[in-house]
Design a protein around this ligand. Structure first.
Ligand SMILES: Nc1ncnc2c1ncn2[C@@H]1O[C@H](COP(=O)(O)OP(=O)(O)OP(=O)(O)O)[C@@H](O)[C@H]1O
Ligand SMILES: [Mg+2]
Length: 471
């Protein structure tokens, strides 16, 4: 990871630095070059006035050839240029450097094409090769000489290109050395910052992710920075929290399921073993068989409840939403529990809004909800107690409440009763309950997009209330 991210950052930053330096140095050298040439031209023009004056004197016979050569040599050295004087036909008659003196003797017309321009009093600027005279191309600046309006020749000033470019070279050198220095400093800064800000925190997160994936779900990342990486660490920890919770639930769930399954299986095994061994006498076998049968029924219910719950939670139960008369469902449900109600001598009040109350729901599922709630109300109320089931209309919603008196549910348990296998009274024999009923109720209502809550009522008793959508 370190190599990848760091080298990518490095390539990007170095690229940016190089591009910006190339652009800056490009502009800078373009500007500097033109400024430099302009300056040189001004200087040459200024010096050319003296040369012109001397040349005219010489041409008028008032100056010796040595004299003019000396002047040229002096100015040539000062300007770092080779200076030639040509007459109005383009033949050289004076030079600044002694090794060019041979050009005077030869009858070689040096200026040809430019003569016309010079005659028209125009200066000429060009880069030219003079084979045999200069080894490298030279920059030549030609200035015409006029005396009393008559064209008398020209001054030619040659500067070798390498000579011209040497100050520029120095500028380029400075630019490139500073570019390299800047890149090195940037590398160091980027290395330090990327390690501190990105790479080390990412390494930490990666390390913890690795630990979590190996089962150490309690591990967390400790990064305090207030940037995106800090946020990532925070989200990562939140994710780890929920993973830990899921893992805890999973463990609890497995242990609960095994526990719930073990007790009926143990008793079934005991009774059947007793019958086979003959420990249970033949006349009592029928009784024990019926006990075994009820244990098997309990197991079947447990397995069915679990399957239902996981199917509902996995969204596999496609709800068949239709118009359902919730009042009718409640009536049927209470009738279904008649025997149990009579056995416990309970007083059941059913207070329904209107005769019919239509809601949008899945008929089987909503019957299951009402059944589970009424079953609880019957199971958890004292003998001779009161149960109240009511429906009410509140705007768009139908509100269904199931109340029973009795000890109610301690406030600290209220938020847990919806968990799978949660029972308030842990000591209560598990023969009557598994703690899945309310989980199923809540899952169904959540899938319907509805709400359910439980509250203790004064002076005693508990009320479960849920909503449904009216149609
Ligand atoms: N009406 C009620 N009065 C008092 N306590 C209740 C009532 N309804 C639920 N509880 C408490 O909430 C717990 C969870 O209820 P839930 O219906 O999920 O499970 P259960 O009734 O124990 O088992 P199951 O419904 O699966 O047979 C119960 O064990 C009980 O302690
Ligand atoms: Mg129940």
């Amino acid at each position: 990871m370190k190599k990848g991210l760091f080298s990518k950052l490095m390539v990007a930053f170095t690229g940016i630095i190089i591009v910006s330096f190339v652009m800056t140095s490009g502009f800078l050298s373009y500007w500097f070059e033109s400024y430099y040439f302009q300056q040189r031209k001004v200087e040459m023009l200024r010096e050319s006035q003296l040369i012109e004056y001397k040349a005219i004197q010489y041409l008028n016979g008032n100056l010796t050839s040595d004299n003019i050569n000396e002047t040229l040599s002096y100015i040539g050295k000062y300007l770092s240029a080779d200076i030639w004087l040509v007459d109005n036909y383009g033949y050289i008659y004076s030079v600044s450097k002694s090794e060019h003196k041979k050009l005077i003797a030869t009858s070689r017309q040096i200026v040809t094409k430019d003569l016309q321009d010079l005659r028209e009093n125009k200066t000429v600027n060009k880069i030219q090769n003079y084979p045999g005279i200069f080894t490298t191309p030279v920059h030549t600046f030609e200035i015409p000489i006029f005396s009393n309006g008559v064209f008398r020749g020209a001054i030619m000033m040659h500067t070798s290109i390498s000579e011209l470019k040497s100050p520029l070279k120095r500028v380029y050198e400075i630019i490139w050395i500073s570019a390299v220095l800047a890149i090195i400093i940037c590398c160091i800064v980027i290395y330090y910052l990327s390690q501190k800000i990105i790479i080390n925190p990412l390494k930490k997160i990666n390390h913890v992710a690795d630990k979590i994936s190996k089962g150490e779900v309690e591990k967390r990342v400790h990064i305090e920075s207030k940037d995106e990486i800090g946020e990532l660490a925070k989200s990562f920890n939140i994710m780890a929290d929920s993973l830990e919770k899921v893992e805890k639930h999973r463990r609890e769930f497995i242990s609960n399921v095994s526990h719930e399954i073990r007790s009926p299986i143990t008793s079934i095994k005991g009774f059947i073993g007793g019958m086979i061994d003959g420990v249970i006498p033949a006349e009592k076998q029928n009784y024990y068989l019926s006990v075994t049968y009820s244990e098997i029924q309990r197991l079947t219910r447990l397995v069915n409840d679990l399957l239902d719950l996981s199917a509902i939670e996995a969204g596999e139960f496609k709800l068949r939403i239709e118009e359902v008369d919730i009042n009718e469902i409640i009536r049927l449900c209470v009738i279904k529990f008649e025997t149990k109600i009579n056995n416990k001598k309970l007083k059941v009040d059913v207070l329904l809004e209107d005769n019919k109350l239509y809601v949008a729901a899945d008929k089987d599922r909503i019957t299951q909800v009402v059944t589970n709630l009424v079953d609880n109300a019957i199971k958890y109320s004292d003998i001779g107690g009161n149960i109240k089931v009511s429906t009410k209309v509140k705007g768009e919603k139908a509100v269904v409440s199931v109340y029973n008196d009795g000890s109610g549910i301690p406030e600290s348990d209220l938020k847990h009763i919806w968990d799978r296998f949660y029972k308030v009274d842990k000591s209560r024999t598990s023969k009557v309950s598994t703690g899945l009923g309310l989980s199923i109720v809540r899952s169904i209502l959540t899938q319907l997009g509805e709400d359910i809550w439980a509250e203790n009522k004064e002076p005693k008793g508990i009320m479960f209330t849920f909503t449904l959508k009216r149609v």
